[in-house]
Structures are given as C-alpha cells and as structure tokens.
Write a protein that binds this ligand. Structure first.
Ligand SMILES: Nc1nc(=O)c2c([nH]1)NC[C@@H]1CN(c3ccc(C(=O)N[C@@H](CCC(=O)O)C(=O)O)cc3)C=[N+]21
Length: 293
C-alpha cells in the first residue's frame, strides 16, 4: 500500500508556483492577487480561508480577506462582488461556502466574473469544463487529478466509482475522470444517497473517490483488493484528547481499508492540502490570463 501524500504534493506544487512568482517579480510583472469573501464564523470555513491567505503569503501572492457577519444582506455581498470584478489589482477571488440560508448562493456565484472565478464554480466555467474548453477547474477535483498524475496511477479503462454528486466535488470529478485525456479515460459510476446497495457498486471500483462528508461511510468490505481510494471527507468530530476539542475524520475507515488498497489518501494530509494548492494554481493562471486571454 502506498500513501498518497497530499501534504507533500501540495508543497511541491506551491514551490513550483512560488518559483514562477519570483520570476514574474524579477521581470517587474504583476504579482498575482487572490481575494476571499468570508461570511460568518463557522470554524471550518475560518480555518480554510486563513489557510488560503497563509498559502498566498508563502508563495508570494498578494491577498485580501473581506469578512462579514452572518447577517450580511445579499445586496451588500453582490455589491462587493461587483467591486472585486472591476478591481484590476484582484486577479481572482472566491466566496467561501456554505453561505447563510437567507442568501441565494447560486445568485452570488453567478455574479462573479467567470474570468476571476478561480474556484471554477460559475456556470460558465462549469459549462466550459464539460465541453472540454479551457476553464478554471474546481480546486478539489483538480487536486485529485494532480495526485493521480504525480503518482503515475493508470486511469485509462479503469472503473472509477464516485460517491457524492455535489457541484463542488462529485459531479465535476466524475466528468473529469471520463474525459479522453490523462488522468481520465475511466468508466465512471456516480453513487449518491438514492443508490441501492452502495457496497455492490463500490466493490467494482478500481478507483474509489468518496466525497460525502459522512465519517467512516466506506468500510473494508466495500473495497476491492488493490483499489485506489481517494477520501475527500474532512468532518470535524469531537475529541476530548485534543486541544482543539475535535479531530478531522474522512469518509473512509482508513485503519481497516488501507491494507486492501494499492494507494490511499489519509485525512488529514490528503486531498485537503491539494485543494489549497490548486486554488493558488488557478490564481496564477488568472493573473497570466491563461484561460480567457
Ligand atoms: N468557495 C469555496 N471554495 C472551496 O474550495 C471550499 C469552500 N468554499 N468551502 C469549504 C470547502 C472545504 N475546503 C477545504 C480546503 C482545505 C482543506 C484542508 O486543507 N484540509 C487539511 C486540514 C485543515 C485543518 O487543519 O482543518 C487536511 O485535510 O489535511 C479542507 C477542506 C475548501 N472548500
């Protein structure tokens, strides 16, 4: 069994980006700038957004964080988005999800200029991705592709089973794995909460990608011997022995599943850190006008 070291791969990618930023700076070019909008103070969201800002500092990007209380109006949010769309200093920005219920998240995401949508959540980028046109790919699926690629894992003709159909992970992941470029060319099955006999499907998987947010959902009996298992779940569960009072748990019962796998991602230190690296990669592409010219 080989551990897919997301933390190390993320550091490698960020080093590559940092080297490019240093080059841009040496030539007097524009330093990439990422802005993030955070609404409310959900523990996870605050951590992730802070990690994104820290990553910017580490690799030499400019960054700005715009924070609102969770009672902010949709109008205020939409006005800020308009401002960031028009601000030439800002190459890309994200609105951290989830948003409070009184805000229409789809409306907010559609207000972002697709050219600055480094999360790849705008319908224009989703459509371009599906059509195989240059697009910002959502960071988590893009990070998983990087893991498969950098560990040289064969995907052609393999059966890839994706559990979860979210707009952020499951749906784009399944589309990307079916595309005719490496890593891809897999036969893809999408499973979700209405799937009958989930284990029947997962046992057929050469590559199993789990993005549900239910700790321990995938147990050893559900995994084929030699499978590649990618765990996207990062749920905070109470843990009195930790200073923070919680620990992160994936969707896969790692301790029992790992022995059966050819490759597996840990949680933490798997897919999560790559999500940050790929957001940085998208921001660099935005500043170089690589996607939209
Ligand atoms: N607009 C938007 N874009 C996102 O990309 C986005 C979002 N909203 N909302 C929430 C999810 C979740 N997400 C993660 C990012 C990093 C880790 C990550 O770095 N995890 C570390 C541990 C971090 C920790 O200490 O908690 C790990 O797995 O090793 C996890 C999850 C991005 N998301």
């Amino acid at each position: 069994m080989t551990l897919l070291d997301g933390k190390k791969t993320s550091e490698t990618i960020q080093d590559e980006i940092a080297a490019e930023v240093a080059e841009i700076k040496a030539k007097g070019g524009k330093v990439p700038h990422l802005a993030a909008i955070l609404v409310g103070n959900d523990g996870g969201s605050v951590t992730y957004v802070n990690n994104k800002v820290l990553a910017c500092e580490r690799i030499g990007f400019g960054s700005s964080l715009v924070s609102y209380e969770d009672d902010v109006t949709e109008e205020v949010l939409l006005n800020k988005i308009q401002e960031l769309n028009e601000n030439a200093e800002v190459d890309g920005f994200i609105v951290q999800l989830p948003l409070p219920k009184h805000i229409d998240a789809n409306k907010v995401l559609e207000a972002i200029d697709p050219k600055k949508d480094v999360d790849g959540f705008h319908p224009t980028n989703v459509g371009r991705m599906v059509a195989g046109l240059p697009a910002y790919l959502p960071a988590t699926p893009a990070g998983i592709l990087q893991l498969l690629k950098r560990y040289e894992i064969e995907t052609k003709g393999k059966h890839c089973v994706v559990i979860g159909r979210s707009n952020i992970v499951g749906t784009p992941m399944s589309i990307l794995m079916s595309k005719c470029t490496y890593p891809g060319e897999s036969t893809v099955t999408i499973c979700h909460r209405n799937t009958v006999d989930l284990a029947h499907h997962t046992r057929q998987a050469d590559i199993l990608i789990v993005a549900v947010g239910r700790p321990g959902l995938v147990t050893a009996d559900m995994v084929k011997e030699g499978a590649v298992v990618i765990d996207v779940g990062t749920t905070r569960v109470p843990d009195a022995t930790r200073k923070s009072g919680f620990r992160l748990r994936g969707d896969v019962d790692f301790d029992n599943v790992a022995d059966k796998c050819s490759y597996i991602t840990p949680v933490p230190g798997g897919v999560g850190p790559l999500t940050i690296a790929m957001l940085m990669a998208n921001t660099l592409r935005a500043s170089k006008r690589e996607v939209y010219g």
